[in-house]
Design a protein around this ligand. Structure first.
Ligand SMILES: Nc1ncnc2c1ncn2[C@@H]1O[C@H](COP(=O)(O)OP(=O)(O)OP(=O)(O)O)[C@@H](O)[C@H]1O
Length: 264
């Protein structure tokens, strides 16, 4: 199957405030297939968010290009929807109005957009909370609202940068289950950044492991676990074997990262 998203030789160097040059990304290459769930895992500071921000058109690469369905993209693109770790719900809007936001901006008529928003609210399991404001919800529910809002604009590719990073482990696992169901239902092409190997194996068709800075894709690992999956899978031997294999790949790079910042 041809890739729906291609990252071709994308590199990026930043200049820090004191004039130092930081090569965040060495030429990185990656293809993501239609309907695939791919996680990116790598040591802290290896350039994961930089890669996502380039794919999402938030920052330009120094070299290379990002191709979505055969077309080279520059700048934010309607085919790509992003969800971030930080709170990104609008506090002054209810759940339903948060989810309907992009449809409103797109000029969709009120009845139609509320109907569509209700569908996505239901998909993320927030039926009954449509008229709640974000401060009346838990952190996990707010993140589900943010995911529903991004999904409502029906992006071809969903990019999620540590969407569960601020949540406790239990909520993460349950939200992982929820996300699996959503992605199975939508056959949504998804890329997820995570530090959490368990989360990466639980959710993904494939895991891409990045090297320490300058970040590059060291290798990708197919996760051949049956679907539908849920968090019970975590206690199986096959699951543990994938976690062990990814940790093996990651350990040297994480070590390199810690030495570079003087923590080892
Ligand atoms: N706008 C910027 N200006 C200067 N340096 C930057 C900028 N953005 C990122 N960097 C640097 O580039 C490197 C890669 O950062 P990036 O945030 O992409 O890594 P990451 O893998 O997402 O990190 P983490 O896992 O800690 O979130 C880091 O050293 C970071 O300090």
């Amino acid at each position: 199957m041809t890739a729906t998203l291609e990252v071709r030789n994308v590199s990026k160097t930043f200049e820090s405030d004191n004039g130092d040059r930081i090569q965040a990304l060495a030429p990185a290459n990656l293809g993501v297939k239609q309907g695939e769930f791919l996680s990116i895992i790598g040591p802290s500071g290896c350039g994961k968010s930089t890669l996502f921000n380039i794919i999402g058109g938030m920052i330009p690469p120094d070299s290379g290009e990002v191709i979505v369905n055969g077309v080279s993209v520059s700048g934010p693109h309607k085919d790509i929807g992003m969800v971030f770790q930080e709170e990104s719900t609008f506090p002054w809007r209810t759940v339903l109005d948060n989810v309907a936001f992009s449809l409103e901006v797109a000029g969709m008529e009120k009845k139609e957009r509320l109907e569509k928003a209700r569908h996505f609210v239901e998909l993320v399991g927030l039926t009954g909370f449509e008229h709640h404001f974000p401060h009346q919800l838990s952190g996990g529910m707010r993140q589900r609202t943010a995911i529903a809002r991004t999904l409502a604009s029906e992006p071809r590719i969903l990019l999620m940068d540590e969407p569960f990073g601020a949540l406790d482990e239990q909520t993460r696992l349950l939200l992982g289950d929820k996300l699996l169901k959503i992605c199975d239902a939508l056959k949504q092409t998804t890329m997820l950044i995570t530090h959490n190997i368990t989360e990466a194996v639980q959710l993904s068709d494939r895991v891409a492991v990045m090297s320490y800075r300058p970040g590059t894709i060291m290798r990708t690992i197919d996760i051949e676990l049956p679907r539908p999956r849920d968090s019970e899978l975590i206690s199986t031997d096959k699951f543990a074997a994938y976690v062990g294999q990814i940790w093996e790949d990651l350990r040297t790079e994480a070590d390199r990262g810690m030495k570079a910042v003087g923590e080892a």
